[in-house]
Design a protein around this ligand. Structure first.
Ligand code: ATP
Length: 311
């Protein structure tokens, strides 16, 4: 299956090491949510895919071959620093961009009309971009990424600053594109939205990928918390010193425990044995964190890792 593969990318800006062996892939037909704290390296990776920036080492490939000029023409890109001509009219600008990417005049006009309709800016076709609100400029920016019918979509924070209706419209467009087989990668700090929209998610920390996978997969494998519906914790928890009580799942007496750093991989079995030894266990289950909780965990480790790097 086709994929856009980022392989061992490194990039430094002077003394700042922005990417440190970043590796992951975005598959055809999936929406990939790219998250990480400010300065983690998301924009740098996307710019390298576009050829706006050169990597120090590593490659980005499409379908197993390094991305070249011909492939780049097939990418729809939404840069973080928006790239429209402020004094050019919306319609004219979109037709111009479609033509730049090789569409003939009639196809360029049809595509411009389609995307301005879909994205709710058809009434603004004859306005200069700078006369539009920021949110509408962003809709036009997405239209600019789509107007040449790209095979790959790379979108840097496409949702920032959009109202909820625009978020829905944009989400719908990304889903349709993915359903048509386009690999879609987008960066965002809106984690609930990322969780809702993405097929897979990658969390980047200080220039490398620290967690990647389907949302359910990440939530399951990233969890070191368990819910125990059984005897009260004061009767058994002291027998498992590498876990701690983090609360009660509900008023019905279910206990939530969490593994401490350095706890053995199979500490869940110790928890279960200790609880059973104290009484009947009616339920024992992994408590799956939300993407936001997972992300916070990674960001906290990020602070530690960066502090370690500086030391
Ligand atoms: N042109 C540049 N010159 C110098 N340093 C840069 C430049 N662009 C990015 N950096 C640095 O590279 C690192 C990665 O930045 P990048 O913009 O890729 O992160 P990001 O994950 O996109 O962040 P954000 O979520 O804030 O957009 C940061 O430390 C940033 O300060």
């Amino acid at each position: 299956m086709s994929s856009l593969a980022f392989d061992a990318l490194t990039k430094s800006y002077g003394t700042v090491q922005a990417l440190r062996g970043l590796t992951f892939e975005v598959r055809a037909g999936e929406i990939f949510g790219f998250v990480g704290s400010n300065g983690a390296g998301k924009s740098t990776a996307m710019r390298i895919a576009l050829g706006v920036l050169a990597a120090d080492s590593g490659t980005v490939s499409w379908d197993g071959r390094p991305v070249d000029h011909a492939v780049r023409r097939r990418i729809g890109y939404m840069p973080e620093e928006r790239g429209l001509y402020p004094r050019m009219k919306v319609g004219e600008q979109l037709v111009y961009l479609a033509r730049l990417h090789g569409l003939d005049p009639a196809a360029a006009r049809t595509s411009m009309e389609r995307w301005t309709d879909v994205l709710g800016v058809a009434a603004r076709r004859d306005d200069e971009v700078l006369k539009l609100s920021l949110g509408n400029q962003q809709r036009v920016q997405l239209a600019a990424a789509l107007v040449h019918r790209p095979d790959i979509l790379v979108l840097d924070e496409p949702f920032s600053g959009l109202d909820p209706v625009a978020v829905d419209v944009m989400s719908g467009v990304l889903r349709e594109q993915a359903a048509a087989g386009v690999p879609v990668i987008f960066s965002s700090h809106q984690l609930e939205l990322v969780e809702r929209l993405s097929d897979r998610v990658g969390i980047v920390r200080a220039g490398s990928m620290v967690a990647v996978g389907g949302i359910d997969e990440l939530r399951t494998t990233g969890s070191r918390r368990w819910v125990v519906d059984g005897p009260p914790p004061d009767r058994w928890l002291a027998h498992v010193p590498t876990v701690r009580h983090v609360g009660d799942a509900s008023s019905d007496g279910r206990t939530v425990v969490e593994a401490a750093p350095g706890a053995p991989a199979d500490v869940d079995q110790d928890v279960l044995r200790a609880a059973l030894a104290a009484g009947a266990v009616r339920e024992f289950a992994v408590q799956r964190p939300t993407l936001t909780e997972l992300y916070r965990h990674v960001v906290t480790s990020d602070a530690t890792a960066q502090a370690g790097d500086r030391a």
